[in-house]
Each structure stands twice: as C-alpha cells, then as structure tokens.
Design a protein around this ligand. Structure first.
Ligand SMILES: *Cc1c(COP(=O)(O)O)cnc(C)c1O
Length: 803
C-alpha cells in the first residue's frame, strides 16, 4: 500500500522537521539540509512498517536470505524511497509549493560508491527486488568510510579523488551498537580437551576488532515491507577487557573498513583485502546464528531458517566461519556442522577471467586466520579422502580447496555450497565446460543458471519518467508491479500516434541530457544526432577500443569528404579505470584526446561529437540511459558473464550493438534479431583461436586498408593530444597480437555501425524497433530473477505473486 499522505500534511511535517533538525526557517537551509529533512521524514513515515516487518519475520519464524556481498551500489535513495512509499508526486508537489527546487534536493544526496560496477549494482537491484516481492532478504556487506574514488579528468588523464561520502552524515543508516560483535584476527590457536571429552579452541594474542552494524531500510514497492541492508564498520573494542591497543593496532583496525578496493576484476594480493573479507563474513554469520538461537533450542533447523548467499568469492569464508561457530560454540560434531553449513550456503560465480579467481597464499592466510585455516585444512583433507577413490588424483588435485600453496576460494565456495550458479545461460555453460569443469563433473546437480536482472523501478520508473508516464497512459500501471506486462505495448507497434509520443519522450530525454552536458562539460550536442552510448568499467575485454576506432573512422570519413551526407553522432562514454590499470587509463586519455580533436574541428562541426562524462556511477547512468539510442556491448565473446547495463538500456528503448556474449544473447532472443545489431566472433571461434594458437592480428591489419589507416592515426600525429598512449595501444593490437581480438571484429563492427547510420534516418522504423526492445524487456526485471533464486536455491517464499 502507498502511504496515506496529503500535500498539506506533508508541507506541515516538512516545516516542523526543518525546525526540529536545524532550528531555523527554510531560508536558512541548504539543499542538503532539505534533503536530510526529507530523509528524516521518510524515516518517520516508514519507521513503524520497518519495525513491523522485522517483527513479523521473527514471530512467524520466517526463513530469511542473507545476501553477502563485498559491494553494494544502491545509488541515491531519496527518489527510490519516495516512489516505493507511493508519495513521490505528493512530496515533489509539496516541495515545489514551498518554493524549493526538488531536483536540486535530489542531486544533493551523495551517491554511495560502495561498489565498483556490475557486481555491486546487481546486489543493490536484488535488495530492491527482495523487498518489493515481499521476500525476507537481508544484505550483508561493508560500510566503507570512503567509496570508490571520484574521477576527474585533468588534461584528459584520469585523476582519482577521495569520495568522502559520509562527511555530512547519512540519514538512511541506523547504527546498532547493541548488535555489535567481535571478530578475531591473528594470534595462536590450539585445541584443548574439555571435561566432556570435546576439544575447545583456545585463542592467544589475537587482535580483536569490534564489528558495528549500520542498518539501512530497503523499502519494498508499495507493499509495507522494509528489509535490511546491514553494513559493518570496524572499530576498536571498548576499553575494559584488559587489552591495550597500540597506535598501530588502532590504525590497522580502522583501516579494515576504510576504503573499497578499486579493482574490479583483477586480484589484489593485499592482506587488507583478506581482512575485509573475513571481517564482514564473520560478523554476518555471528549475527545470523545469534538471531537464530533466540528462536531455536537446537541447530537442526538452521537450513530451514537461513539461506546464506555468497555473491562472488569474496564472502566465501562464511563457510569455514559457520563451521567454526557450529563446532566451537554450538558444540556440534564435524559431520552435522558440515551438513547444516552446506545446506545453508549457495554461491554465484561472476566471471571466467582467470585473474579474477581469488586465491590466497597459505602462509598469509594461516597467519591472519589460524582457526579458519585449520577448518579449511580439514575441509580439504575430507574432500580428498572422499573424492580420491572416485575421481583419481588428477581431478582431486585440480579441485581441492588447497593447492599450489594457496587457498582457492572459488573451489572452496563450490565444495561448501549446495548450489552454484552462473549469471547468463552462456556463462553457466562456460563454467560447466571450462572454468569449473572438474567440479561440475563431481557435482553436476549443484550447477544452475540464474540470469541477472535489473530493477525497472530505478532504471525506468525513476530515471525515465517521460517513458513511464507514456506506458501508464497506454497499458495502465500494472507493469510497475509486474514488468512482463510491458509486453502489452506490442499492440502499439504500428500505431503512428503512439510511436510519435514514444519518440517524443526519447527526444525530451535527449534534450535534458544535452542540457546537462552543456552545463557541466560545456559541449554542445544536437538532440537530433544518434546518441551512441558505452557506459561500463574501462577494461580491455569490454573493448571500448572498438568504439574508439569507429570514432576515428568517422572522423576520417568526414575529413575526406566534408560535403557528403553524414548521420550525426554523439559518442557518449562513462567509465572509470582501476587506478593501477595503466592500459585502461591510456584508453581514457585517447578518448579524451579524440574528444578534444573532434569537438573543436570546425570542419566536423556538429556532425560528430565525443562526450566522456566524468565520474561514471549510478547517478550518471540514470542521466545517460534514458537519452541513449545505441547501446554498445562489445566484449570479446565469452568474457562478459552477463552484463546488466545492456538490460537497463534495453528497457529504455535503446538498440543493442553487441557481440554474442553474456546476456546480449538473451536480449537479442527476447527483442528479436531484427531489433538489434550483433557482430563479431562467436565463443566457438574465440576458443578455436585459443586451441589452435592461430590468431594473427597483423593479418587483419595488413588485409584491411581502412583499418590500417585508422590504426596508424594512433602513431602518426593525427590525434595531437596523445603521446605514448597511441603507440602503446598500437603495440598491444599489433606487436602483442591483440589479446581480445579487437582487429578480428573490427570489420563486422564497422559494418553494423554503418547500418545504424543508415537505419536511423528512417525514424518510424527505428522507433518501432526501439519500442520492441521496451516491450520485450520485462523478463529482465530482477524481480523475476530473485523469484527464481527464492524458488530454486534459497527455498524462501515471497508474498507477491508474479507471472
Ligand atoms: C549497471 C552498472 C554497471 C554494469 O555495467 P556493465 O555494462 O554490465 O558492465 C556498472 N556500473 C554502474 C554504475 C551501473 O549502474
């Protein structure tokens, strides 16, 4: 149910709260103050429902999901909370009545950058979906004092500034010091026999860290449900337990939750990262078991009450941690503890990139987590003992949790879980056939697919109001509850009047984005041009380079023949590079140098523009996506597990230009092949190159004059802003044989780009195809994804029935 609130009541409440919070009248407050007051009011309005939800789960002894993720990327929460409470319009009107700027208030909220990209954003969409379909779901993560760096460009180079997102407080969080727990690191541990013939773990010289939870309410969509996202903060334990903490220790402790690792997919071999992982895994499991024991006398029912989800390998230590607590504190034997643990646990793999499979040196691991290491050793010993006779030495050595002097987190996660899933059909298939094939051979029934999804509440309802209102007017509002209802838009696919309105909504979004670009970057872009969008982390496998080559090609085409007709284009990028990822940063520099060249050449005029929006994150995505025409999803086939920006863009009526990789495949299937542009090598062709070592990038260079000319501009001074960057990229592609097959896919990619330039001129046909994408996008709602996790993996019910 929506909250019952009139505009006048709201205005009165708001003014009262301004006085209560700031002891001043409206004109003495900043936009941020007004945001905070709105946040406090939302907390007032929703507090009782939040408490009621928690109580209901407890009293009805409801099985709950605990979604462990080292990243959550929720985006700003003001509008989303207002939408989900059903008071967005009332509040916006009330605020406007008071003479305030609602948009400015929204923008004053810091965007919590507690994640790098897709992984953290998925976790946030899942939180929203769990609450919205009425599933008892909790998030468990880390309250980073500083989020992902803020990106600025200086001279075209990425510069990283700290993201001090908490400096003015956080109105959404509730500090629950009474729910804190202690997490132990280091020291020695030994097993002492007890009087009742058991072994008890004795710890010496450990460094204890206080884990303090901060809870944020995850408000469901107009259903009176509020779930909890619990983020842990590391603190020095209070004085009194006769321990003294040195300066170094205090420092070490507060560092645990100080910063998010800015590395998206490559492994950071730092001890601090391992400390972070154990820290939130241990605190989360401790609080789950403590809560369970309030309602239960024995541990037998644990898997009936608790589902623990491991989002990528970072929280894998929940497995040995639960074993530790069940054995050392609840006094269960190994076999029973193992049975309960594996029944609770499930794991999602997110990548097939080798460098992203987490492994820890045993020496480091053992010193930091001695008791946990003992347990992992025992898991390893028993695994080997059980599997050796059945599968032989080779397979067992390849798959055991310990090997090559390392703790192999992905293998531990598979062995300790009852379910392992990939995030799109192709990705799951590759896990089974390639990355985890030996484990799939041993545990075939554990593996399953759960295709990722996105919440249309944020990515359509909030960020694209013109489209949402149009959909309402055509098919009613039920799609907001049940996104598959967007199928009903199919009846308008030949309705000229509707297509015109649909095009108008897009046009208005493009005008709004053009205004934003003008104001923040001082670049003029023409809303009539094709807005060609690529937004995602900067990574070689995602191949922003293809897009770069296309810009150069278009630039040369115009320069060669300035009078020839040309379909106007704006190439729009958003991307952060990991600070240590030199090559990715070089590509950023090249794009910015191209922007400099293209945007200021009078001969190019407004035919071609390049806009690299700095500081890509959820809030920037919300501005770009509604304005896009083309969605570039160009990863080398097999490398992108799913992708989710492809789904967000699809539901905003954007045509995919992509490889047959990840969920692109499923998007093309849903929207229809003729409503997307696909290109490039297939997975089979890529694997064929690997197997035969037969790829020679230089052949593509030699055999394609246009490609040769385009690549030469990287090193011949055509792009004045670049120095060694052009040479480095050139070398990577030609001398070092182009690891990600950019040159192999170039011709096909360019061919599709030319088709786009041509097709875009037929406005009606284009709009029809864009609409077909919206119409088919409902199935990618994370509400359905979460429903499938609930039914197939977690065995947790939900109150809202979906299609
Ligand atoms: C959706 C999203 C991503 C994921 O994008 P991909 O193209 O799937 O890699 C990354 N960052 C942000 C801010 C997002 O919203």
């Amino acid at each position: 149910m929506a909250i019952n609130l009139t505009k006048n009541q709201f205005k009165e409440d708001f003014l009262n709260e301004i006085h209560a919070a700031y002891a001043t009248d409206l004109d003495g407050t900043s936009a941020f103050d007004q945001f905070t007051v709105l946040g406090r009011l939302i907390n007032h309005y929703n507090g009782r429902n939040y408490a009621k939800t928690t109580k209901k789960y407890f009293e009805e002894d409801q099985k709950e999901v605990y979604y462990f993720s080292i990243e959550f990327l929720p985006g700003r929460m003001l509008k989303s909370n207002l939408l989900n409470l059903g008071i967005l319009n009332v509040v916006r009107e009330g605020i406007t009545d008071l003479g305030l700027d609602f948009g400015g208030i929204v923008e004053s909220e810091p965007d919590p950058g507690l994640g790098n990209g897709g992984l953290g954003r998925l976790a946030a969409c899942f939180m929203d979906s769990m609450a919205s379909i009425g599933m008892a779901g909790n998030g468990n993560g880390i309250r980073y004092r500083y989020g992902l760096f803020k990106q600025v460009f200086i001279n075209g180079y990425q510069v990283e500034l700290e993201d001090d997102w908490l400096k003015n407080g956080n109105v959404w969080e509730i500090r629950r010091e009474n729910k804190a727990c202690l997490v132990r690191f280091g020291g020695n541990v030994w097993m002492r026999p007890t009087t009742n013939n058991r072994l008890e773990a004795v710890y010496e010289n450990t460094e204890d860290v206080l884990a303090v939870p901060y809870d944020t309410g995850m408000i469901g969509y107009q259903n009176d449900v509020t779930n909890t996202l619990r983020l842990w903060s590391a603190e020095v334990p209070p004085a009194g337990n006769e321990k003294y903490y040195t300066h170094e220790q205090r420092d070490r402790i507060s560092q645990i939750t100080q910063v998010l690792y800015p590395d998206d997919s490559s492994m950071e071999g730092r001890i601090l990262r391992l400390r972070q992982e154990y820290f939130f895994s241990s605190a989360g499991i401790q609080s789950i078991i403590r809560f369970y024991r309030k309602n239960h006398k024995t541990m037998d029912e644990l898997p009936k009450q608790v589902a623990v989800h491991i989002n990528d390998t970072h929280p894998t230590l929940v497995i040995p941690e639960m074993m530790r607590i069940l054995m050392d504190e609840c006094e269960l034997g190994w076999d029973q503890a193992w049975k309960l643990t594996t029944e609770c646990m499930s794991y999602t793999n997110h990548t097939i990139l080798q460098e992203a499979l987490e492994k820890w040196q045993i020496e480091i691991f053992k010193e930091l987590l001695p008791r946990i290491y003992q347990i992992v050793e025992e898991i390893d010993r028993r695994y080997r003992e059980e599997m050796l006779p059945k599968y032989g030495e080779d397979i067992v050595n390849q798959t055991a949790p310990l090997g090559d002097g390392q703790v192999r987190m992905a293998y531990l996660a598979v062995i300790g879980s009852h379910s392992v899933n990939g995030v799109a059909p192709l990705h799951t298939e590759l896990l089974e056939k390639d990355v985890l094939k030996e484990l799939f051979y041993i545990y075939p029934t554990r593996f399953n697919n759960k295709t990722n999804g996105i919440t249309d509440r944020r990515w359509v309802q909030i960020s694209n109001e013109p489209l949402s209102n149009l959909i309402d007017s055509a098919i009613g509002k039920e799609w907001r509850n049940n996104p598959k209802q967007m199928e009903l838009l199919g009846q308008y696919s030949d309705d000229d009047d509707f297509l015109e309105k649909f095009a108008n909504a897009k046009k208005n979004n493009k005008i709004a984005f053009a205004k934003f670009v003008k104001e923040t970057m001082d670049i003029e872009i023409d809303p009539e041009a094709i807005f060609d969008v690529q937004i995602k982390r900067l990574h070689a496998y995602k191949r922003q380079l293809l897009h770069v080559l296309e810009i150069i090609r278009e630039y040369l085409q115009i320069k060669d023949n300035p009078q020839a007709p040309f379909t106007k284009r704006v190439h729009i990028f958003g991307a952060k590079a990991a600070p240590s990822y030199f090559y990715a940063k070089e590509i950023i520099k090249i794009i910015n140098a191209l922007a400099e060249l293209v945007n200021n050449d009078p001969e190019i005029n407004d035919k071609l523009k390049v806009v690299f929006v700095p500081n890509y994150g959820v809030s920037i995505a919300e501005k770009i996506i509604p304005a896009a025409d083309v969605s570039e999803q160009t990863s080398t086939a097999s490398k992108e597990a799913s992708g989710t920006s492809n789904m967000k863009l699809m539901s905003n009526g954007v045509l995919l230009l992509g490889t047959m990789d990840g969920a692109n495949i499923d998007i093309v299937n849903a929207a229809g092949k003729s409503n997307a542009y696909t290109f490039g090598l297939t997975v089979a062709q890529v694997y064929n190159y690997y197997e035969n070592h037969s790829y020679r990038s230089v052949d593509f260079y030699e055999q394609n004059d246009e490609l040769k000319r385009v690549l030469n501009t990287l090193i011949d001074g055509t792009i004045p802003g670049i120095k060694s960057e052009g040479q480095d990229v050139y070398d990577a592609l030609i001398r070092y044989n182009d690891e990600y097959f950019v040159l192999a896919d170039y011709a096909d990619y360019v061919e599709k780009q030319k088709q786009i330039s041509n097709d875009f001129l037929n406005k009606k046909a284009w709009n029809k195809r864009a609409l077909a994408n919206v119409t088919a996008s409902g199935e990618f709602s994370s509400d359905y994804t979460i429903e499938r996790y609930g039914d197939d993996i977690w065995n947790v019910p939900h109150t809202k029935e979906l299609d």
